[in-house]
Design a protein around this ligand. Structure first.
Ligand code: FES
Length: 622
């Protein structure tokens, strides 16, 4: 397919067929990428290794592949290959742009690249932005009066970084005190430091999942891709409200609130950075980069950008991709010139956390029809059919996080997370303590079990006492009245406790759950329709986020939160935002992949669809 054809057929992608040879055999892989991506990047993004020491910069001349003789040659190809080799189609992979379908043969590797498994089973070839090079230099003489910088950079043959002013200040004393044996610290294209002696073993970065409720930090050794320490904490912005809307409102009501919210987010990141460095026994000055995956509001707040336009129609962001900043700008006391990079956002309610999640789950690289759901107050939904990717946001409300539910609570000690109804009620409680309330997964489980036993009808109404005695005699006495509504008693602290002292599920709670699940199922139903698909066509459902990890797939299917599919097709994907942040730190190729998603994903606004309300009402039933 030519580039024009690729765009014409609506997929915007070209197909590369790789034949990967090792000493014994050949394996075949087909990948699809946006036109214009280099062959080297196309392979790298898909976990296929090609020899390289420069990481795709066109300087090492190692990324030799055989394509076909019609591929244009570059001056580097002419220097690298003989006439016969060029005629046979040999080219440097990092200098060939894939603008049409190509067949690519990769010869056996001369070195085995380091790779790490990150995200949802993604194999990532390590190519971090952080690079160190140790050099031993000849001292200057009257016959060799090269500048310190030229001497230093000449010794680094595969990188061409530009120095920070601070490095120029440090370079002369460091080189002389260290007998001209020193380590270059490069982040991206910038030489950020020169360290005395050989410090190449110490190369660290921190991945942050900056959630509205919880913030997670992972300290990574980027030389191996290994997590060294992980820590999480509540976002210190909590006193300003539990969700993004209340925090945006806070900045609209109080001119000081933006500074305070920014400070609170920065303090959260700083405390976690201190914790993971302490736990990992790593000097914070050896952390050279951080990546932050957060929703659009969290990203705006930590950067001190007024979030008000995100909270009012037409919901506009200040920028899809915030610029990289010094990590000290977001309150982090790491290496003084460490960088902070932020994930780009698709829209005010499909933020950098979702882009990171899509990257971690390979939504853009899998041919299967997949549905990605990040369940939360604002629920993000992404559908890919292997060619097109659609995304939307559905306002599910706070039901899943315990808000508006009479006995709702966060997933903390004492929260009921599993409910089984048999002859009696069996509960799974976080921390194995006396139940205090119901978290999101317990709420879904409770409703699903009540529907299964017939105590809740499909319209979401508790059945009459007579029907209850018929369908579930041993549980019927748990249906009680409390403040003029029917409730189901899940836990009694004492056998004769009154309903107000018990953990109960009320009729109103069930209605709240129905609204939340209808918002989500309307979202994915409409996205599937846009792609001309039916729910049976979905080959995998990824439930993202901490809530998704605890949710029972069977219960989610039973209440219609996810399509009615075999349970094996429904996968808890875990903290994919944090995984995406790790990938961005381990591979600049993956980081570029996150950027590319901005051009590949179509955002679908649901709220202005004329049929939205009717569809929503259709989805209310269990
Ligand atoms: Fe080094 Fe292509 S990867 S020249």
């Amino acid at each position: 397919m030519t580039e024009a054809e690729a765009q014409h057929d609506g997929t915007g992608r070209v197909e590369l067929s790789f034949t990967v040879r090792d000493r014994e055999r050949a394996t075949h892989r087909q990948v699809r990428v946006p036109p214009g991506v280099t062959v080297f990047d196309s392979a790298s993004w898909n976990g296929i290794a090609i020899d390289s020491t420069c990481g795709g910069h066109g300087t090492c001349h190692k990324c030799r592949v055989r394509i076909d003789e019609r591929c244009p040659t570059t001056p580097h190809d002419l220097k690298t290959f003989s006439r016969e080799q060029l005629d046979a189609g040999w080219r440097l992979a990092c200098l060939v742009n894939a603008t049409r379908d190509l067949e690519v043969e990769i010869p056996p590797l001369t070195t085995r690249p380091k790779a790490a498994t990150v995200g949802v089973g993604r194999q990532v070839i390590l190519r971090p932005a952080i690079q160190k090079r140790y050099v031993e230099l000849a001292e200057p003489t009257l016959a060799d009066q090269r500048t310190d910088l030229a001497r230093f950079l000449d010794a680094i043959d595969d990188l061409e970084p530009a120095p920070d002013l601070a490095v120029l200040r440090r370079l002369p004393p460091v080189l002389r005190e260290a007998d001209f044996k020193a380590t270059a610290v490069v982040v991206g294209e910038t030489l950020i430091d020169v360290e005395p002696g050989d410090t190449t073993r110490e190369q660290y970065a921190i991945a942050f999942d900056l959630g509205t409720t919880t913030v997670v930090a992972t300290l990574l050794d980027v030389t191996t891709g290994t997590p060294v320490a992980v820590a999480s904490a509540l976002n210190r912005q909590q006193p300003y409200g539990g969700d993004v809307i209340t925090r945006i409102s806070a900045t609209m009501l109080d001119p000081q609130a933006l500074d305070r919210l920014r400070a609170a987010a920065c303090e959260t990141l700083a405390a976690l950075a201190g914790e993971v460095c302490g736990e990992g026994g790593v000097d914070p000055a050896r952390v050279y980069e951080v990546a932050v995956a957060g929703n659009a509001t969290m990203t705006a707040l930590v950067l001190g950008i007024d979030p008000e336009p995100l909270g009012v129609a037409p919901f506009v962001m200040s920028a899809a991709q915030p610029p990289d900043v010094l990590a000290s700008e977001v309150g982090l006391a790491l290496h003084p010139r460490a960088r902070a990079t932020f994930f780009p956002a698709l829209g005010a309610y499909v933020g950098g956390d979702v882009v990171a999640g899509m990257l971690a789950s390979g939504m853009d690289r899998d041919k299967r029809t997949r549905l990605f759901i990040d369940v939360g107050t604002n629920c993000e939904i992404v559908v890919s059919d292997g060619d097109r990717i659609l995304a939307t946001a559905a306002p599910a409300g706070p039901a899943f996080e315990g808000g508006v539910i009479r006995c709702g609570m966060r997933a903390a000690d004492g929260a009921i997370e599993v409910v089984r109804l048999g002859d009696d009620v069996e509960l799974g409680v976080i921390g194995d303590v006396e139940p205090r309330g119901l978290c999101g997964s317990g709420l879904v489980d409770a409703a699903a079990e009540l529907v299964r036993t017939g105590l809740l009808d499909r319209s979401g109404r508790f059945v009459s006492d007579d029907v209850a005695k018929e369908v579930a005699p041993s549980l019927a006495d748990r249906l009680r009245m409390l403040e003029q509504q029917r409730v189901f008693v899940l836990h009694r602290p004492t056998p004769d406790a009154e309903p107000e002292d018990c953990v109960v599920l009320t009729q109103r709670d069930v209605r709240e759950l129905q609204f939340a699940k209808a918002a989500i199922s309307t979202g994915w139903t409409l996205l599937l329709e846009e792609l001309g698909l039916h729910q049976d066509d979905v080959q995998q459902v990824l439930l993202a986020g901490s809530f998704g990890s605890y949710l029972s797939a069977a219960a989610a299917v039973r209440i219609g939160l996810v399509p009615a599919l075999p349970l094996l097709r429904i996968v808890a994907a875990g903290n994919v935002a944090g995984e995406g942040a790790k990938m961005a730190l381990l591979s600049v190729r993956e980081r570029a992949g996150a950027q590319a998603l901005l051009g590949e994903v179509t955002y679908v606004e649901l709220s202005d669809r004329p049929d939205f309300n009717d569809r929503f009402v259709d989805q209310l039933a269990f």
